[in-house]
Design a protein around this ligand. Structure first.
Ligand SMILES: Nc1nc2c(ncn2[C@@H]2O[C@H](COP(=O)(O)OP(=O)(O)OP(=O)(O)O)[C@@H](O)[C@H]2O)c(=O)[nH]1
Ligand SMILES: [Mg+2]
Length: 318
């Protein structure tokens, strides 16, 4: 790291520790653009003692996620909660229309010192978007927000990965069936803890809600928590308090059932394995050009040599 980068890192950590938004913003930029610095940053800033609930909002494009996040933020601010917001947009590599939309949608919170908003659009360095998002969530946790709202656009693997990092998943759908049904096919049905049918002012709102309820009733019981279905008109702040109440109920369920701890352990295990695989992948990239390694790889693949020997050889080569 050159001197300028070191100075930026030090300044960022100082401001972060002083509780200044500028410090959080700097550290986010840093771990986003240089994921290899993340370990150093996290070991310096420590953890917050403030309990924090991380809520994901996902669903098809244009469903009203940003509008709902903004409306829910108003509810949270009325309760005096401090809110960090991350909007993830894997679909546009440059800050495009969705980001602009978010700015407008969340305008009323931009000047509120109790709200911090960050959009992530580009793939950060070697890490990819979902590891970068997880690090941003971690930074926000450490900064001391008691609530973090994560919005993801679209219905692909990145969203599922990001949503695996949150405590409560709210799936936002709209009465127009097409996209919503697609969203369910894409696996959002399984990860939803709360369903929101937004744009309830549109025709077919009530029918869609009943159809969704019926579908959930038919689906296999997943456990003691039954995801509620709530209707909202996010652009008029209708129903967002009820959405937040349902999310709070889910938070309580997670704590009291022990599920929160189970999810945390699974998350940590996944993170550990992701880190191990990434490390292994990087080492392998550096070695694989050499003939002796290519030969070893062939022997492992053909099962003549155990994979443990291969792992040991890589570790010993370090
Ligand atoms: N009629 C109606 N329109 C709404 C409602 N909620 C949001 N909208 C509008 O729907 C449009 C999309 O809202 P966004 O909040 O940007 O939706 P989004 O899901 O965040 O969109 P992307 O992030 O681009 O996927 C905007 O024009 C909103 O004003 C609602 O309850 N009823
Ligand atoms: Mg949005």
């Amino acid at each position: 790291m050159d001197n300028r980068a070191t100075a930026r890192l030090e300044a960022g950590i100082r401001q972060f520790q002083a509780g200044r938004d500028s410090g959080l913003a700097r550290l986010i930029t840093l771990v986003e653009s240089s994921p290899e610095l993340a370990d150093g940053v996290f070991s310096r800033i420590g953890e917050s003692s403030v309990p924090c609930h991380v809520i994901g909002f996902t669903g098809p494009p244009g469903a009203g996620k940003s509008t709902l996040v903004s409306s829910v933020t108003t509810v949270l601010r009325d309760e005096g909660r401090r809110v960090g917001i991350v909007a993830v947009d894997p679909t546009s590599p440059f800050s495009g229309g969705a980001m602009l939309g978010d700015r407008i949608r969340m305008e009323r919170h931009y000047l509120d010192p109790g709200v911090f908003i960050r959009s992530l659009a580009t793939r950060g360095g070697i890490g990819g978007l979902s590891p970068a998002t997880k690090d941003v969530i971690k930074l926000m946790r450490a900064f001391g927000f008691d609530t973090i709202l994560v919005e993801t656009v679209g219905v692909g693997q990145t969203e599922l990965d990001v949503m695996a990092a949150v405590d409560t998943v709210a799936v936002v759908l709209v009465p127009e069936a097409g996209d919503s049904i697609q969203a369910m096919k894409a696996g959002l049905m399984e990860i939803a803890d709360v369903f929101v049918v937004n744009k309830a002012d549109r025709p077919g709102g009530r029918e869609f809600k009943s159809a969704l309820r019926a579908m959930l009733g038919l689906a296999q019981q997943r456990g003691p928590w039954e995801p509620p279905v709530l209707a909202t008109q996010a652009d008029r702040d209708v129903g967002s308090a009820e959405v937040m109440a349902a999310i709070n109920r889910h938070a309580r369920y997670l704590r009291e059932s022990g599920e929160l701890e189970i999810r945390r352990l699974l998350r940590e295990e996944r993170e550990l394995l992701d880190m191990a695989f990434a490390h292994l992948g990087n080492r392998w990239k550096a070695l694989k050009g050499r003939p002796e390694w290519a030969e070893l790889a062939t022997r492992v693949i053909s099962r003549r040599v155990g994979v443990d020997r291969f792992l040991k050889a890589i570790a010993d080569s370090a």
